[in-house]
Design a binder for this molecule. Structure first.
Ligand SMILES: Cc1ncc(COP(=O)(O)O)c(C=O)c1O
Length: 392
């Protein structure tokens, strides 16, 4: 029998629990977009069984026929307790939260509260592609303030972008990704305070996507944006969906800083009709009773980050890679391989391994690929073998 290592929490590593045969029976996007001979290491779904407390909560609800509309503040209370324990943030006020269908739709609603049609929404490219698509779909203009060469926020570029965005008295928002997808950058308290100060100076509102917050690597400390001084008028989106693999169970939370409470209060009542009651139950159970499972996952992801770095050094030394401080995504600079702007296309066609192309991540994405580490060490090893084989 396969030996499954245990982490100190006593939980088995969920990344080693499922076989490829089991995973290929899944019907979600990761497993159904490409033919069966392609190894999928792309979209942000994890190859894990669900945390047992989540399964129990959802199956109990199904057994009871508890499948109506969501009510109450259990999700927000669970997140507030989790935030205090994990990040020492004791100011997540339940009365300044609202449930939203998911993080992206929550972002759209927050941006509607603080900007109007034609206004600029500033993003730090390269960044999660739906930031571009959802913002364009709502008649706002995406304006890039690219990350620096160190993959961290370039405060000078950000300030200049803020200054231009508000010229002529226009409103503008900064859509901040924290931790940052795809680079895995964890913004420090100093960086976040600097962002808040610049936003305040130029009258830009900050909407922060903190969906990857629980997924930090060993030694990296996530800082909630709303916990830093000067961020009182910020709006945050959080969810259990990335850390516990619950994207199919829709529910997320919008959280207002004290000076944004009046904005959040203008959120139309109908937005609360979007989240699913089963989603709320699943996310609440994850945050309340799923922390031992999360710790086992984080240990497994630390192992996988080390494994990927070693495999790349051995088989693909021309790829430049800075292991992320958070998320389960690895951002690989393949420009030295000479495969052009879209190496993902080459890895797919010649290696039969699906990675995300860097191009849709905006400026800074060409010549890069994003690899999903939330799988078994065997699959990562096979993925790198296929990437290397594509070059032969
Ligand atoms: C930064 C970021 N925001 C949002 C999402 C999507 O979240 P949701 O499914 O809750 O809209 C993802 C998914 O990978 C993500 O990486």
């Amino acid at each position: 029998m396969k030996r499954i290592p245990h982490d100190p929490s006593g939980e088995p590593d969920p990344l080693r629990a499922l076989t490829l045969d089991q995973l290929r029976r899944r019907t979600s996007m990761k497993w159904r977009t490409y033919p069966a001979d392609v190894l999928p290491l792309w979209v942000a779904e994890m190859d894990v069984p669900l945390a047992e407390p989540v399964v129990r909560a959802v199956t109990d609800a199904l057994a009871l026929g508890d499948t109506g509309y969501p009510a109450g503040t259990a999700y927000a209370e669970a997140l507030a307790a989790f935030a205090e324990k994990r990040w020492g943030w004791d100011d997540l006020a339940v009365e300044r939260t609202a449930i939203v269908p998911d993080v992206m739709l929550g972002i759209v609603e927050m941006l509607k509260l603080v900007t109007g049609p034609g206004d600029a929404v500033i993003v730090n490219s390269p960044v999660y592609p739906p930031f571009y698509h959802f913002v364009a779909h709502m008649d706002r203009r995406v304006v890039e303030a690219p990350l620096g060469a160190d993959l961290r926020i370039d405060l000078d570029v950000l300030e200049e972008t803020f200054r231009r965005a508000v010229t002529g008295g226009r409103r503008a928002a900064h859509l901040l990704c924290s931790p940052h997808n795809p680079t895995g950058t964890v913004h420090t308290a100093e960086e976040l305070s600097a962002v808040a100060a610049l936003a305040d100076r130029h009258g830009v509102r900050v909407v922060v996507d903190e969906i990857h917050a629980p997924l930090t690597a060993a030694g990296a400390g996530f800082v909630p944006y709303l916990s830093v001084p000067g961020a009182e008028n910020g709006l945050s989106l959080m969810s259990a969906s990335k850390a516990w693999n619950l994207a199919g169970l829709k529910a997320a939370l919008a959280i207002a800083g004290p000076a944004a409470a009046a904005d959040l209060a203008r959120l139309p009542e109908e937005v609360s009709h979007g989240p699913s009651h089963l989603g709320v139950i699943a996310h609440t159970a994850a945050l309340t009773d799923g922390t031992a499972w999360l710790d086992a996952l984080l240990t497994g992801l630390d192992d996988n980050r080390r494994l990927l770095a070693a495999l790349l050094a051995e088989h693909l030394p021309d790829i430049t890679h800075r292991p992320g401080e958070a998320t389960y995504l690895a951002w690989l600079d393949c420009r030295a391989l000479g495969l052009g702007d879209d190496p993902a296309e080459v890895f797919l066609e010649r290696g039969r391994v699906a990675l995300n192309s860097g191009i849709p991540f905006g400026t800074g994405g060409a010549g890069h690929v994003r690899l999903n580490l939330a799988t078994s060490p065997e699959v990562i090893t096979e993925g790198v073998r296929r990437m290397a084989a594509a070059l032969n």
